[in-house]
Structures are given as structure tokens and as C-alpha cells.
Design a protein around this ligand. Structure first.
Ligand code: BGC
Length: 268
């Protein structure tokens, strides 16, 4: 990859005030993009992400908006076009968990996870695709008219008891991404996914914040360590850049081998 593979790009990263979104926003800015750091209205941490980018010499702005609310997404896209002219990269990252055993799962917890993790990706991808089509290809910026990277999960394929809402949302993201990639390829819009495994972020703190929990989690990871957010950000950056120009409809799994059925080592 060139030194600044996203120079001239405007990139929107949803849910970018912490975790994988934050690391991705920082990586996109280091790669030369102007980054819109999306966050929920109540979230102050986004300003710190913007400051961190600016201190390092990059360009960024925070923008509040709930990805699951159509009017918020439309207003955010309009704001981006007004302030930065257009959009070249969408990283569909915002995601949540509301875990419960199946029989105890409340409809509101099912609905909220589907709304944010799946409908949110639909709304943002649709807004981005409309802007990519309106603008078309700008060869000074990229060979593609636009790039969408959906943050999925190993749970788009690995069933997950006590998290059926989350696993269903990520299974949905998988087919949303592939169907969109098929539909938008003739427009030179590339759509791909990154499927992280266990990454050390606030969403799964309980799974790693004691030595015993961490040891337990590592049994599921052949590579023997929990992932860092920068492991995921590097993969996102590659999919967002022209280095992957012939890649669309693909899921890049970043999981230290979690999807390799580690329970079968020495068994079966
Ligand atoms: C979930 C984490 C979990 C990881 C591996 C992710 O998608 O958000 O809570 O640790 O998958 O199971």
C-alpha cells in the first residue's frame, strides 16, 4: 500500500468513539482521510478521538447521530456533503450487544440489537451508496466510486447461545453485504466485511477483564492472544483503499483462528 492510501478521501466511521470504531477512525486519518467520527448524542469520547487525530496532524470532525434512525442518518449525510463536499468511504461499525438466555430475552432487546446492528448498516450503506452514485468516480481520489466496509463478526457464521439477537444481526449483515456487493459492483462501488473475533474492547469486557476469563477465552483462539483493535483497523484500511481494488463481496476474518474449530485439536 502507498504511504497515504486514503489521501483525498472523506471517510465516515460509525460508532467511532471507542473500540474498533475508534481505532479505525485513527487509522483512516493516519492514512490521509478526513474522518467523520460518528457517535451517539450522549457520548463525549468522540471529541477526544477528534483531538487525537488533530494532534497527530490529521483532519476529523465529530458528528452525533443514531444509525438506526433514518432521519439522523439522512441529516448526517447531508451535513457531511455540506462540510466536506462528498463521501468516499463508509465504515459500518456501530454495534451493540444485549445478551440474555433465549427464553428470557425481551422483545425490546431483540429489536434494539437488530435496529442498530443490521438496520443501522442498511441505512448508512444506502445513504453512502446514493452519494457515491451521485458523484461517480473521481480518479484523482480512487479507482472506485466508493467503498463500504461492514464490521461483522465471527458470529455471522458461529452460532452463539445466549446471544441469538446478536448472532442473527451479524448473519443478516453477512447477506446484506454480499447482496449489496453484487448489486453495486457495476457502479464501481465495493462492499466488503471484516469479521472480528475476540477483540479487547468495552463490548466484551467481562470476557477478558480477569486473568481466569482471559485464559478461558484464549482456549477459543488458536493464535493464543486476544485481538487488539488495531488488528481490525489494519484490515479495514486495506479494504477501504485501492490496494484491494479488485475485491468485493468478501469477508476478511480477523480472529486469530477462532473460526478454525479449535475444539477439534486432538479430538474428533
Ligand atoms: C462479540 C464479542 C465476542 C467475539 C467473539 C464479537 O462479535 O462482540 O463479545 O467476544 O465476537 O466471540
Amino acid at each position: 500500500m502507498t504511504e497515504k492510501p486514503l489521501s483525498g478521501h472523506v471517510a465516515l466511521v460509525t460508532g467511532a468513539s471507542s473500540g474498533i470504531g475508534k481505532a479505525t477512525a485513527l487509522a483512516c486519518a493516519r492514512a490521509g482521510a478526513t474522518v467523520v467520527v460518528n457517535h451517539l448524542a450522549s457520548d463525549q469520547q468522540a471529541d477526544e478521538v477528534v483531538r487525537e487525530i488533530e494532534v497527530a496532524g490529521g483532519r476529523a470532525a465529530a458528528r452525533a447521530g443514531d444509525v438506526s434512525v433514518e432521519a439522523d442518518v439522512q441529516a448526517m449525510m447531508q451535513w457531511i456533503v455540506e462540510h466536506f463536499g462528498t463521501l468516499h468511504v463508509l465504515v459500518n461499525n456501530a454495534g451493540i450487544q444485549r445478551d440474555a438466555s433465549f427464553v428470557d430475552m425481551q422483545l425490546k432487546d431483540w429489536q434494539k440489537v437488530i435496529d442498530v446492528n443490521l438496520t443501522g448498516q442498511f441505512l448508512c450503506a444506502r445513504a453512502a451508496a446514493r452519494e457515491f452514485k451521485r458523484r461517480g468516480i473521481d480518479p484523482k481520489v480512487s479507482r472506485a466510486a466508493g467503498k463500504i466496509v461492514c464490521i461483522s463478526s465471527v458470529h455471522q457464521a458461529i452460532p452463539w447461545a445466549r446471544h441469538v439477537n446478536y448472532a442473527a444481526s451479524k448473519g443478516g449483515v453477512h447477506m446484506l453485504m454480499e447482496s449489496l456487493a453484487q448489486e453495486l459492483a457495476p457502479e464501481r462501488i465495493r462492499v466488503n466485511a471484516v469479521a472480528p473475533g475476540a477483540i479487547r474492547t468495552p463490548i466484551n469486557r467481562a470476557a477478558w477483564d480477569t486473568p481466569a476469563a482471559e485464559r478461558d477465552l484464549e482456549k477459543l483462539i488458536p493464535y493464543g492472544r486476544i485481538g487488539g483493535t488495531e488488528d481490525v483497523a489494519r484490515a479495514v484500511l486495506w479494504l477501504a483503499s485501492d490496494a484491494s481494488d479488485y475485491v468485493t463481496g468478501t469477508t476478511l476474518v480477523v480472529d486469530g483462528g477462532m473460526m478454525l474449530y479449535p475444539g477439534f485439536r486432538g479430538h474428533g
